[in-house]
Design a protein around this ligand. Structure first.
Ligand code: ADP
Length: 254
């Protein structure tokens, strides 16, 4: 705790050594009225989740498996902003601590050389037209060795240790992640979303790429040209521009 450089994030810290999913447990804390800035940390998740109930591999002691509670004064449809803001913060933190020039794959992943280092999962609870709470799950592959990756992830995933060739301090990285996230949140609250949007564009690996957009019952290809203020991806296709909303689609480099 004395290491923390934040006022809001980590005001309350819950540590549970082993858990099904940090987001599931944190949603319960948030619904029970915990303060904004509460964080929950674990060593391992048995039922860690990505989007669309895909699993998130979270081995004991090898990552930062963290959830954060925010109570932003955004409209419910603006909740994707939390994912974008978190991605910017985590990329900056990783670059600062390790020097790895990772980038953001829209909407919720951080990649290095095409492999996933971090997953972010934002879940919202809203009533009427106001957000009650947002839980942001952040999974960072810190000290996973390449031989510890399950075979199905070997080609898709990497870790900070794999990329730097040495163990990375989870304490130090956690401190910087929380610091950068607090800065990003303060920026959004004081200046609106445009400055973060501009940083997101600079750190994105998706913009300018040819992508395949794979929805539940449609699929198309195009060039990712920008994101809009609500965090939707704008894709130019031969038939015109498509606006792609996170949540129900995957994108792949085409
Ligand atoms: P998408 O890549 O479509 O955005 P999600 O954000 O839902 O997918 O993340 C879940 C996917 O991430 C899983 O299906 C799996 O392929 C991959 N994955 C699971 N655990 C890890 C991990 N620790 N590191 C990197 N990738 C992972």
């Amino acid at each position: 705790r004395p290491l923390l450089k934040t006022a809001l994030l980590g005001r309350e810290i819950v540590y549970i050594a082993s858990i099904d999913s940090t987001n599931n447990e944190t949603k319960k804390l948030a619904a029970a009225g915990c303060v904004e800035g509460t964080i929950l940390l674990t060593e391992e998740q048995h039922g860690g989740r990505g989007r669309l109930s895909r699993g998130w591999f979270s081995p004991f002691g090898k990552g930062i498996w963290l959830s954060v509670v925010l109570r932003p004064r955004f409209l419910p449809q603006e909740a994707p902003k939390c994912t974008l803001m978190t991605a910017v913060a985590v990329v900056k933190a990783i670059r600062k601590v390790t020097g790895i020039p990772c980038g953001i794959k829209w909407p919720n992943d951080i990649l290095y050389q095409g492999k996933k280092l971090v997953g972010i999962l934002t879940e919202m609870n809203a009533e009427m037209d106001a957000i009650n709470h947002v839980v942001i799950g952040i999974g960072i592959n810190v000290n996973i060795a390449s031989e510890e990756l399950p075979p199905d992830l070997a080609a898709l995933a990497t870790s900070l240790q794999i990329e730097t060739g040495q163990p990375v301090s989870r304490r130090e990285l956690l401190t910087v992640v929380l610091y950068e996230l607090e800065q990003a949140y303060a920026l959004v609250n004081t200046q609106g979303f445009d400055p973060i949007l501009e940083q997101w564009r600079q750190l994105s690996v998706t913009l300018g790429q040819k992508v395949d957009v794979i929805g539940l019952n449609n699929r198309f290809s195009g060039v990712a040209v920008d994101i809009d203020r609500d965090g939707a991806l704008l894709v130019d296709t031969p038939a015109g521009q498509e606006r792609v909303i996170a949540g129900d689609v995957s994108i792949r480099p085409a």
